[in-house]
Design a binder for this molecule. Structure first.
Ligand SMILES: Nc1ncnc2c1ncn2[C@@H]1O[C@H](COP(=O)(O)OP(=O)(O)OP(=O)(O)O)[C@@H](O)[C@H]1O
Length: 811
């Protein structure tokens, strides 16, 4: 009942036909099946067909070097690319099929699933898509295909296809086999519209189109097994049974017994072997290969022949057959006598085929050797590939380990990098800070260096000044004693002069000389006959020489002849001058009136102008010395002005103030002074001497207006001298310059810097005093006793408080 139900189901399935053409690996393998199906109208007009092509699973991917790489060792992109290329090739396979279908207006559907087992997949497809008719095309029959034959795709599909599916195998463009025996057993068969409907696909196969040639018969013959069996199947009674319906083999059936006996006679002895073929020939019941269960099922040659050994034995068999054939020649002939002509022809044909097979076999053997060699090489390559794969896997593992390590190292590096960044940041901050501190330090160092240099310079200056001061102090102390002694003497003389000035005036007339009379010869000897090296200077009135007279250093002034016009007057002046003794007046010692030679004490430190301008590389005079000189000169003038017969010096200027060892100043050229007549009530005296013989800058401006000279003229000159000592400037314009400085409060700007740090207050007082002395109008000028001396003495006290008694010449 079940079987009946199944049959019913299959029948219903088959009514809705689904035809599939298997497209082989070889491009046209299957195209023949399609052509055959179209030609035989197996596919109805404007019908539909499935085109199936099973692709193997992708296990390896070829690399550019010609090798192959395992699919899991290539990148997904490479795999994808490979699959795309393969698909394109697959599509090309379908080109001819599609064209053919289109030409015959057959619709189609393409299937190209992947599977390593093509036959299994085809069987699956039948079930999955309920395919009722599947057409396969076998490769053309060759000797190799006859000999080396495993289970073919078609045989597998035939065996395993579901009952509802008809498997049609085409070979060489002709029907090769079908599984229709099952269908026929069940009474199932399809009915093609043309020609082929007369072909019974199973047991009715023997009723094939009588017009078909022997090839068709051969197809059905080989349908029982393999090519070899087609040639020798007549020895198998069951096969023959299966083929007995084949008209073309009816004749063969008739003579099977004879043929068998002939063959057996020839092969009797040498064919006693384990060769499957010979066994096959020897006896039908003793056939080593598997007898097909169904006459339409293919015999699995690979099973019956046992692979390689079977092929080897087959070669032996062929040779033995050849021998047997030769041996059995008589027997055949004998049989020929017995058998009709047909048997002889058939036998001959068989032998020819055997010879062909033998030569083909040899070719195939060579090919096989070649193939074996290639197989060995392939195996070796495979082994190498395996080894390479293992190595690669090892490498991959190592790479993975290395990658892990790298990742780890990378993380460590990242951490280190961030730490380093932080560290660098700190370093940068620290560096900036250090650079800042460094720049500050350098600046401080520079300042310190400058300060140190200034301190050293100040210290040097201090030491220099100190040594100078000590020198000056020593010199002063040396002279103080002498001065004190001289002072005592002069004091006495002054008292005498002051007390008896009138008598002194008259004394000149009485030739009561107060000075020594030196002979010219004596003076010549003293001055080495006025040698140039003894010359101290040249004035307007004559030359001055240094000499030693009576163990005393003297200055000999030789007056020009024209300077002594009135000898009597000159003598009178000498008498007066010789009586004037003051610490700040150069002492007049004597004269040689005949020769116009005046003898003065020698003053060692030259004149004030030389010292002020540091001629002869002398040190600049300090400010306190300058203050003292002002006082000395003022005292000397005061002394002259307060004489019983006042004396206007008139010649006050820097060059006429000499400086001794202790820088005590003394005014010289007293002999040039004008004696103011006692009768002059105004104290003014008309001077007969030319104004131009005197230095214009020092001349009292009121002299020009009034035409007379007074003691205030000396005050005016003193004013200039004071300002010169303060500023070390020339006399012309000095008053204007000082006025401006005082008015602008910038006295220090005009004060002589070489004198040291002036006490500004005292300097201002002295400067103001100097200007007061220079008032244009006599009556406006400072008074020596009331104005000049108090200021200068006050300043002197200040200096003395700082530098001791040496600043005071009185001591
Ligand atoms: N007593 C002296 N001791 C040392 N040197 C002296 C003495 N008298 C004069 N001299 C030097 O001789 C130089 C000449 O002096 P002198 O009086 O003849 O001319 P002067 O004063 O320079 O100019 P002037 O003739 O205009 O007054 C002075 O500059 C001075 O240096």
């Amino acid at each position: 009942m079940d079987q009946l139900r199944h049959e019913e189901q299959d029948k219903s399935i088959r009514e809705a036909r689904r035809i599939a053409i298997c497209v082989g690996k070889d491009r046209n393998r299957g195209l023949g099946a399609l052509r055959w199906a179209i030609e035989k109208e197996f596919i109805p007009k404007e019908g539909h067909v499935y085109l199936l092509h099973v692709l193997p699973q992708v296990r390896f991917v070829p690399n550019p070097m010609g090798g192959q790489l395992p699919v899991d060792s290539v990148s997904p992109e490479t795999l994808k690319r490979f699959k795309e290329e393969r698909l394109a090739k697959t599509m090309k396979r379908f080109d001819e099929y599609i064209k053919l279908c289109k030409r015959h207006k057959i619709t189609f559907k393409l299937f190209y699933p992947e599977n390593d087992s093509i036959p299994k997949k085809l069987v699956n497809l039948i079930s999955e898509h309920t395919i009722t008719d599947m057409l396969l095309e076998k490769s053309p029959q060759t000797i190799l295909s006859r000999i080396v034959k495993g289970e073919s795709i078609s045989s597998h599909v035939c065996e395993n296809a579901p009952g509802f599916c008809k498997i049609v195998v085409i070979r060489n463009g002709k029907l090769y086999s079908t599984n229709d025996s099952r269908g026929s057993d069940n009474g199932t068969s399809f009915s093609p519209k043309n020609g082929i409907n007369s072909v019974s696909m199973a047991s009715n196969i023997g009723n094939a189109d009588p017009g078909d040639d022997n090839t068709d018969e051969s197809e059905f013959t080989t349908a029982h097994g393999i090519e070899i069996s087609s040639q020798y199947s007549f020895s198998d009674s069951s096969s023959i049974d299966g083929l007995s319906s084949c008209s073309s083999f009816q004749g063969i059936g008739k003579y099977e017994g004879e043929l068998k006996s002939v063959l057996l006679q020839g092969l009797q002895e040498p064919i006693v072997s384990s060769s499957p073929l010979l066994q096959c020939i020897e006896t039908s019941s003793a056939l080593k290969f598997e007898q097909p269960k169904s006459p339409l099922k293919e015999v699995k040659v690979s099973k019956c022949r046992g692979g390689e050994s079977a092929r080897n034995s087959f070669q032996k068999d062929a040779e033995m057959i050849e021998t047997a054939t030769e041996k059995s020649g008589n027997a055949v002939l004998c049989e020929t006598e017995v058998a009709p002509y047909v048997l002889s022809e058939l036998f001959q044909k068989e032998f020819e085929e055997m010879n062909d097979a033998q030569s083909a076999f040899k070719d195939q053997e060579m090919l096989r050797d070649k193939l074996d060699k290639e197989i060995h090489e392939h195996i070796a390559t495979k082994k190498e590939l395996k080894a390479t794969r293992r190595t690669l896997e090892g490498f991959v593992r190592m790479a993975e380990l290395a990658e892990n390590q790298c990742q780890k190292e990378k993380r460590n590096c990242e951490q280190l990098r961030s730490e380093l960044r932080e560290h660098l940041k700190d370093q940068q901050t620290l560096r900036d800070k250090l650079e800042k501190e460094m720049s500050q330090h350098i600046a401080t160092k520079k300042e310190l260096e400058t300060t140190r240099r200034e301190a050293e310079s100040a210290e040097n200056r201090y030491r220099t000044e100190k040594s100078k001061c000590e020198q000056l102090r020593w010199e002063l102390e040396q002279h103080i004693k002498e001065l004190e002694r001289e002072q005592q003497l002069r004091k006495t003389a002054e008292e005498k002069v002051l007390g008896d000035s009138v008598s002194a005036a008259s004394a000149t007339s009485k030739d009561d000389k107060m000075w020594w009379h030196y002979s010219f010869k004596e003076i010549q000897t003293a001055t080495e006959n006025f040698h140039e090296r003894n010359k101290l200077g040249q004035g307007r009135y004559g030359q001055v020489y240094k000499g030693v007279l009576r163990h005393t250093s003297v200055a000999v002034k030789v007056l020009a002849e024209d300077r002594i016009r009135d000898r009597q007057e000159f003598q009178k002046k000498l008498e007066i001058v010789s009586r004037l003794h003051h610490p700040n007046l150069v002492l007049f010692l004597g004269a040689c009136p005949d020769k116009g030679c005046l003898i003065y004490e020698y003053i060692a430190n030259g004149n004030l102008e030389e010292r002020l301008y540091c001629e002869g590389v002398t040190a600049p005079m300090p400010w306190f010395i300058r203050f003292r000189i002002c006082l000395d000169v003022a005292r000397a003038l005061s002394f002259l002005h307060t004489c019983p017969q006042p004396i206007v010096y008139q010649e006050l200027k820097l060059r006429n103030v000499l400086l001794d060892h202790g820088l005590i100043s003394k005014i010289t050229d007293i002999h040039m002074a004008e004696l103011i007549p006692m009768t002059s009530s105004s104290g003014a005296h008309k001077i007969t001497e030319s104004l131009f013989t005197r230095e214009l800058a020092y001349i009292d401006p009121d002299y020009q207006r009034a035409g007379t000279v007074t003691c205030e003229a000396d005050v005016y000159s003193l004013g200039i001298l004071i300002l010169q000592l303060l500023t070390k400037r020339p006399p012309l314009g000095i008053a204007f310059c000082m006025e401006e400085a005082l008015e602008s409060g910038q006295l220090d700007r005009v004060l002589d810097k070489s004198a040291g740090e002036w006490p500004l207050e005292e300097a201002t007082s002295v400067a103001q005093l100097g200007l007061k002395c220079m008032e244009p109008r006599r009556k406006d000028r400072a008074k020596l006793k009331d104005d000049v001396l108090p200021v200068l003495e006050s300043v002197q006290k200040y200096s003395a408080s700082l530098y001791g008694r040496q600043t005071d010449s009185r001591h």
